[in-house]
Design a protein around this ligand. Structure first.
Ligand code: FES
Ligand code: FES
Length: 169
C-alpha cells in the first residue's frame, strides 16, 4: 500500500508516495530518475545497483525504501560532493578520484559494472586511503564484471589512491 516515505538522497530530501517495501533501486531510478545505480541481477549478487547508506555500500535492489528513512543515501551522482565532505575540500571536484582513475586506466568495457565498482571502491578508499592489493581484492570480491576488466579496475583503484595521496585538502 502506498504511503508517504521521506528519504535523503545526495543531500536532497524527497517525499514520495510509495509502498515501503519497494526496492530502493526502483525509487532511485523510476521516481528520482537517477542513472548511476543499475539493475543487474536483482538478487544482491552482482553489485551493479550499489549505493552508499551512511557511507557504507548496500545493494539497493534488495533494500526496501522504508529501511533508509532517516539515513543518507549517496549514489554515483552524489559521490564527488560526499568525497569533498569526507576530505574537507573547499569544493566538490567534478569527479571522484576513482572516477578519474577509471577513465585514465580505461578500465570499463561495456561499463555495466562501473557504478558498483566505483561505489565500492570509493567506500574502501574512504576508510583505507592506501589499500594493499589484497585489501582491494577482498573489498571488491562481491562485484561482478562480466567483461573481465578486473586487472584494470585494480589498477584504477591503486591510481585513485595515488591521486588522493597527492591531493592537498
Ligand atoms: S542488481 Fe543488485 S546486486 Fe545485482
Ligand atoms: S565492464 Fe562490462 S561488466 Fe564490467
Amino acid at each position: 500500500m502506498a504511503e508517504e516515505v521521506t528519504i535523503r538522497v545526495n543531500e536532497q530530501v524527497a517525499t514520495l508516495a510509495v509502498d515501503r517495501d519497494t526496492p530502493l533501486l526502483y525509487v532511485l531510478t523510476n521516481e528520482l530518475r537517477l542513472q548511476g545505480p543499475r539493475f543487474g541481477c536483482g538478487l544482491a549478487q552482482c553489485g551493479s545497483c550499489s549505493v552508499l547508506l551512511d557511507g557504507v555500500e548496500i545493494r539497493s535492489c534488495v533494500t526496501p525504501v522504508g529501511a533508509v528513512e532517516g539515513k543518507q543515501v549517496t549514489t554515483l551522482e552524489g559521490l564527488p560532493a560526499l568525497y569533498a565532505r569526507q576530505r574537507n575540500l573547499a569544493r566538490a571536484p567534478a569527479l571522484h578520484p576513482l572516477q578519474r582513475a577509471m577513465i585514465d586506466e580505461q578500465a570499463p568495457q561495456c561499463g555495466y559494472c562501473y557504478n558498483g565498482m566505483i561505489i565500492k571502491g570509493s567506500e574502501l578508499l574512504s576508510r583505507k586511503p592506501q589499500p594493499s592489493e589484497r585489501e582491494i581484492r577482498e573489498a571488491m570480491n562481491g562485484h561482478l564484471c562480466r567483461c573481465g576488466s578486473y586487472p584494470r579496475i585494480m589498477k584504477a583503484i591503486q591510481l585513485a589512491s595515488r591521486f588522493m595521496a597527492e591531493e592537498r585538502p
